[in-house]
Write a protein that binds this ligand. Structure first.
Ligand code: TAP
Length: 481
């Protein structure tokens, strides 16, 4: 140790890492509830600033001034992105962040190998745990980087469709084998037998990174855009694993802890998303989603059964309602209707109506999508009810207003075993007295399937953009109250 922290005992570094790790855990805990999520984010960020700051200063990597400048530039870029990127574009932004994390891990692990053992002519024996960790960091990091770039490109609409070809799984297996063999070669270390100088096998690391990069692209290219949010969550988990393995290369406990937390939480999230969509991870990665185009069958189930309504009529329904459940979905995010929806709820509550929001775990396109939007519109957290909590209350509900949701209220998940969403838990909105579904047309949602709810006897379709329709409803309500 040198630089500004020169002279301090090593225990100071360990203690700082312990504090940082505690902040990460407390931050994660905060993120388990919408009310404390923003604070949780700040607490975790403080832990990261502490971990990075102490590492950079302790090992004299940068001067305090350069560190400050780097923090300011990073903060400026982060702020610019946070302000500029729409909420609906968050998944691809998160995807890019994951990718950069994975890429950085692969590069840092390789640079450490070169730095410590790569000097020309050296036959130094490299500890096995270091080479094994570096090989893993290289493979996982490169897969994460390239996989994330492809996933973000697909979500942003820059890359379209899913590219499938015969022998697909075999090609992936061969590329994986090349990466694993290169990793094995690194761990066995021919240099340790005195036969090959250490520096000569360092390029094998970059061969491994190259093979893993190709694998990253091949893994994500066949997956349909619809499954991308799950892939992003999985890549998030992998970026954590890559960081943790790089932590072993660097012998840095803060990186190992932070990486493990990201890896574990990302994997839990991936599992929750798969379960809520009734898909297995293997299905997402290797199966492809049956995106059924709306066909004749769809027309049949709607033909002559769909009743459309107007804001004026819906307002009359609300006049006599005592309990109203609002179910938001992806269309509320697209239409940015959350403020109008929140205002409607506020007006109803002021008139003594009980109003709650029924939030499906995968409504929208990213975890917590609806909660974030409603919180932005200052909807009280107490009004946001999860699926298990709100489902039993539909029979006692007078009016359900579904705005921009489709799959999450599709009864065929329960009634049609052949449906792609069969078995997916859904909101039983049809059990309420009256259901108003607000969307622009009868087009399907993410799953690409018709929704028999729209043809039910107690369903009225309020066709139109979510924001315009909700604003019209608010105006109508205000005019009459
Ligand atoms: P969807 O089933 O995707 O339906 C959204 C509906 O919103 C569409 O049918 C569309 O119909 C309507 N819409 C679009 N723009 C609109 C606008 N401006 N105004 C009003 N309506 C608009 O959404 P959902 O019910 O929220 O379900 C989410 C789906 O995404 C599920 O299938 C879930 O498995 C999947 N998914 C979710 C996640 C996460 S983590 N949330 C991740 C991956 C996949 P019109 O075009 O007729 O308006």
């Amino acid at each position: 140790m040198a630089g500004v922290l020169g002279g301090l005992p090593d225990s100071v570094l360990s203690f700082a890492y312990l504090v940082a790790a505690t902040l990460f855990v407390l931050g994660l805990r905060g993120m388990t509830h919408p009310r404390t999520a923003a604070r949780g984010n700040l607490v975790s960020a403080a832990g990261m600033v502490l971990a990075v700051g102490i590492t950079v200063l302790w090992f004299d990597i940068l001067s305090p001034l350069v560190l400050l400048a780097a923090l300011l530039v990073g903060a400026a870029i982060g702020t610019w992105l946070a302000v500029r990127v729409e909420t609906t574009e968050m998944p691809q932004l998160v995807g890019l962040f994951n990718g950069f994390g994975g890429g950085a891990s692969a590069l840092v692990a390789g640079a450490e190998l070169v730095d410590r053992f790569g000097s020309v002519g050296s036959t130094a024996i490299v500890p096995y745990d270091v080479t094994a960790a570096a090989a893993l960091a290289g493979i996982i990091g490169a897969v994460t980087f390239w996989g994330s770039l492809v996933a973000a490109g697909k979500l942003h609409g820059l890359l379209e469709g899913s590219i499938r070809y015969s022998g697909e799984q075999g090609v992936k297996l061969v590329v994986l084998l090349v990466a694993v063999l290169a990793g094995g070669y690194l761990v066995v270390q021919p240099g340790s037998f005195g036969a090959v100088p250490t520096a000569d096998w360092v390029p094998v690391y970059w061969l491994l990174v190259f093979a893993a990069s190709v694998l990253g692209v091949l893994l994500v290219v066949p997956i349909g855009g619809a499954d991308m949010p799950v892939v992003i969550a999985l890549l998030n988990s992998l970026s954590g694993l890559a960081a943790a393995t790089t932590g072993f290369v660097l012998d840095n406990s803060a990186l190992i802890i932070a990486g493990t937390l990201v890896g574990a939480s990302g994997f839990i999230l991936t599992t929750i998303m798969c379960r809520s969509m009734n898909r297995s991870l293997a299905d997402v990665l290797f199966g492809g989603f049956e995106e059924s185009a709306p066909g004749g069958e769809e027309v049949d189930i709607y033909e002559g059964h769909v009743m459309s309504t107007s804001p004026e009529e819906v307002e009359m329904l609300l006049d006599t309602a005592r309990r109203v459940v609002i179910v938001p979905g992806y269309g509320m995010a697209v239409g940015q209707a959350q403020h109008a929806v929140a205002e409607l709820a506020e007006l109803l509550v002021a008139d003594g109506v009980e109003v709650v929001f029924g939030i499906h775990p995968v409504a929208g396109r990213m975890p917590g999508h609806m909660n974030v939007l409603l919180a932005e519109a200052n909807v009280p957290y107490e009004q946001m009810k999860e699926l298990e909590e709100v489902n039993p209350t539909f029979p006692g509900t007078d009016v359900v207003i579904v705005t921009g949701a489709n799959d999450v209220v599709n009864p065929s998940a329960l009634t049609d075993e052949s449906s792609p969403i069969a078995g997916m838990p859904v909101l039983h909105v049809w059990e309420a007295e009256t259901v108003v579904v607000n969307k622009r047309s009868l087009s399907p949602g993410y799953a690409g399937i018709p929704n028999p709810l729209f043809a039910n006897d107690n369903t009225y379709m309020l066709f139109g953009d979510a924001r315009e329709s909700m604003q019209a409803l608010v105006s109508e309500y205000k005019r009459n109250h």
